[in-house]
Design a protein around this ligand. Structure first.
Ligand code: FES
Ligand SMILES: [Fe+2]
Length: 350
């Protein structure tokens, strides 16, 4: 092999520079908190792409700032809100709701003289989440789930959870069909039915869409709740994946009942993510029934987490050929990565 040839062989796992998809994440909306957790005149802190974020609700509307005081860098979110101002806990500097510095208690004659302010970000609410964009011109709108406003659905919002992996890896796990019989054996699949049959994946209105019918075990309490006696049942799964990190899944059972899962993974760092979720169903009434569904989801998450956190590298490899895609079984993963990389190239050229 010539030296020139040898130089062309690259280790596909080593990222080329910093990850372009990660840099491109700045151009999207990401959730940093649940709406219900940000009460009037209260602050909540979050993290996005390595930056500290403060969210505050003022006169009903949420606002987001960099959670870094312009004085000595303490987190204003640890302070208090008073008279429509955010007060830093360290030396009491006060910022108004535009982020402008209005008060320096240790030298009041400097009030209005020091022209400083908290860095402000775009902030919106949708489907029970507070969304922030680090860019002034984000791509698209914060995605939501239509069923959130459906009066028949009963929703529950569990706490967000952090995983030690990149948000694209977490998202891919959600839509990875061929792991069901292995990671979730006898829960979401069985090994004798590991083969994945072909299904369409298409782009629709800014999202990736696909449907899948699974023959699943129908066990335990689920049988009772659904009122379906069969030991296995065909469940229609309707998916909408919105780049870069949201997935709406609506499951329709043979009797027409629906179960919905909405998950949005936010990149807190290159190799860390915070995941927000709602679960909804139109066949439960009592809180204990909802608890049962939640326990089920926690069992699934507990099975997934160690496997997904074991994936190396934790960040998504920048090149499509760094990993292997199996025909049909990995169609969604491939379509997702292609789109993510396509957008990254468009949003972060060069
Ligand atoms: S660090 Fe915030 S007031 Fe000093
Ligand atoms: Fe899983």
């Amino acid at each position: 092999m010539s030296t020139a040839e040898a130089q062309q062989i690259v280790d596909p796992f080593v990222p080329e520079g910093d990850s372009r998809w990660y840099r491109a994440m700045r151009h999207f909306w990401h959730p940093v908190a649940y709406s219900k957790d940000v009460a009037e005149a209260q602050m909540v802190s979050g993290r996005l792409l390595g930056e500290r974020i403060l969210v505050v609700r003022h006169e009903g509307t949420v606002r987001a700032f960099m959670d870094v005081c312009r004085h000595k860098g303490a987190a204003p979110s640890l302070g208090w809100v008073e008279n429509g101002c955010i007060n830093c806990p360290y030396h009491g500097w006060a910022y108004d709701m535009d982020g402008t510095l209005v008060s320096i208690p240790s030298r009041p004659e400097l009030n209005g003289v020091l022209q400083l302010g908290l860095v402000r970000y775009l902030c919106r609410e949708r489907s029970g989440l507070v969304w922030v964009s680090l860019s002034d011109e984000p791509w698209g709108d914060p995605p939501g789930i239509d069923e959130w406003d459906d009066p028949i659905m009963r929703w529950q919002t569990p706490p967000s959870y952090d995983w030690a992996t990149s948000s694209p890896r977490r998202l891919e796990n959600f839509v990875d069909f061929s792991h069901f019989p292995f990671v979730h054996e006898n829960v979401l699949g069985t090994r004798d039915k590991a083969r994945i049959e072909s299904h369409d994946v298409w782009r629709e209105g800014g999202s990736l869409r696909f449907d899948k019918v699974f023959v699943e075990p129908n066990v335990d309490r689920m049988k009772e709740l659904l009122g379906i006696d069969d030991d296995t049942m065909a469940v229609r799964n309707w998916y909408r994946l919105t780049v870069p990190g949201s997935i709406a899944l609506v499951r329709t059972f043979p009797n027409g009942r629906r179960y919905a899962l909405y998950m949005v993974t936010a990149p807190t760092g290159l190799e860390t993510c915070r995941n927000f979720w709602h679960i909804g169903a139109d066949f439960v009434d009592a809180p204990s029934e909802m608890d049962f569904l939640l326990e089920f989801e926690y069992m699934v998450l507990d099975q997934d987490q160690p496997i997904v956190e074991s994936q190396w590298p934790e960040h998504l490899p920048d090149r499509l050929n760094a990993e292997t895609y199996v025909k049909v079984a990995d169609d969604v993963t491939l379509a997702y990565r292609k789109w993510l990389f396509e957008l990254a190239e468009e949003l972060e050229p060069g």
